[in-house]
Design a protein. Structure first.
Lengths: 82, 333
């Protein structure tokens, strides 16, 4: 699986678990704030999962500015030099 | 006895254990020394023992009676993390906790969550954002609270409100552009803070440029929705609005503008700004023109008490903040 797709897959699985959603309704265009209603505590859960998976520090403030899962995947790819 | 003297007395009567993850800073160490020697708290110093001892020596503080936790003690930390996950929160993995706890502030908060401390006190070498992020991650928000926030206290010479010269306000420092649920959270958390810290019965006014529909605008609708959510979540609290500032704090104006029963109008002891633009400007207006002091901010909304302090705070302000945190912690149990 391509790196960005892998990140999106992790975000989809985490969001489905956190918010009790059907994973098939989530994808690259899913918006953290508008679609999921994410609060700061939720964003921390996303960054922590990604840190666990990729062994990289994900700065909260930067990640919190990403609107969609695709934007977040792009950001993680940059952090991991992918 | 004035309000602060009462708070110092309360802290002394029931000293709490405070985790200090910035005890390797000589100024923080000086504050720790004053707070402990004054009998206001017990200290748990978290970090590098050598650096902590060096700071104590530089500050001239005797730490022989204080507990030190070595943040490099991996075995002990692992025990803490297992207990934290089993008893407090399973949101973070051991791997994540190990990674984050390289910063002693995270270790201190984990220790607080498993009952080894009552308060975590930081903010001298960490930014407000760092402290709030750590508290959000490790301590977590209280049930029914959507956002971390802050309150501050006005001490206004010559003001004769329902608590004399004192008036609590929120949020001028943390939550920038609250949506209705977040504004409701600020109000609820501020009511809890006022009870914990001062023992006041909270009367909380949600401020706007309209009083009870005197103006119609989507910004007014937003504040009204906040009042509705706050009352739904915490019917035990007196939270009301939307009110203009004068209708909130002046009984004569309230009698003219609020034509219904209200436990708050005219006698509010807490005011909630609609957003941080108003909050920041409002505090500065009161400080500048009314020559008021405004101690704080007290960060709030978390399951346990964590405190931030200004990075430029003098030692006396640090001690005051430590003491207030202890009283909040003791009264929130």
């Amino acid at each position: 699986m391509e790196f960005r797709e892998q990140v999106i897959q992790i975000l989809v699985e985490k969001a489905a678990k956190m918010f009790g959603l059907d994973p098939s309704t989530l994808g690259p265009e899913t918006r953290f704030k508008e679609d999921l209603g994410c609060k700061s505590a939720n964003i921390v859960q996303f960054t922590t999962s990604l840190e666990d998976e990729f062994d990289v520090e994900v700065p909260y403030m930067e990640f919190n500015r990403k609107a969609t899962f695709a934007d977040a995947a792009e950001y993680i790819a940059e952090l991991c030099d992918e | 006895m004035d309000l602060m003297a009462k708070i110092y007395e309360q802290a002394k009567a029931n000293p709490q254990t405070v985790a200090f993850p910035e005890a390797d800073d000589p100024k923080m160490m000086q504050a720790v020394g004053e707070a402990v020697n004054g009998g206001y708290c017990k200290a748990l110093l978290v970090g590098d023992p050598e650096a902590i001892r060096a700071a104590a020596q530089e500050a001239g503080v005797d730490i022989s009676g204080m507990e030190i936790f070595d943040n490099a003690d991996a075995d002990k930390k692992n025990e803490f993390f297992e207990k934290y996950i089993a008893e407090y929160s399973d949101v973070l993995s051991i791997k994540a906790l190990n990674r984050k706890s390289k910063d002693p502030m995270y270790t201190a908060m984990v220790m607080q969550c498993i009952g080894l401390a009552d308060v975590t006190f930081a903010g001298l070498t960490h930014t407000t954002g760092d402290v709030i992020l750590a508290a959000t991650t490790i301590i977590g928000l209280k049930e029914g609270i959507d956002t971390p926030s802050s309150t501050g206290l006005f001490i206004i010479p010559g003001f004769d409100g329902s608590e004399g010269q004192y008036l609590l306000f929120g949020d001028s420092a943390v939550c920038t552009k609250p949506d209705p649920a977040e504004r409701a959270s600020i109000a609820i958390a501020s009511c809890d803070t006022v009870r914990e810290l001062f023992g006041w019965e909270p009367r909380c006014a949600m401020l706007s440029f309209s009083t009870d529909g005197s103006m119609e605008h989507e910004m007014v609708d937003d504040v009204r929705e906040s009042v509705r959510i706050a009352n739904e979540r915490r019917p035990d609290l007196a939270i009301d609005g939307e009110f203009q500032l004068d209708a909130a704090i002046d009984p004569k104006v309230a009698a003219k503008k609020v034509k219904r029963e209200s436990r708050v109008a005219g006698k509010a002891n807490i005011i909630i700004w609609p957003d941080i633009n108003v909050g920041n400007i409002g505090v500065k207006l009161v400080q500048f023109f009314a020559h008021a002091d405004a101690p704080g901010p007290f960060i709030q909304g978390f399951r346990k008490i964590a405190s931030d302090c200004s990075r430029s705070a003098p030692v006396s302000e640090l001690v005051g903040n430590i003491v207030m945190c202890c009283v909040r912690a003791a009264n929130s149990k």
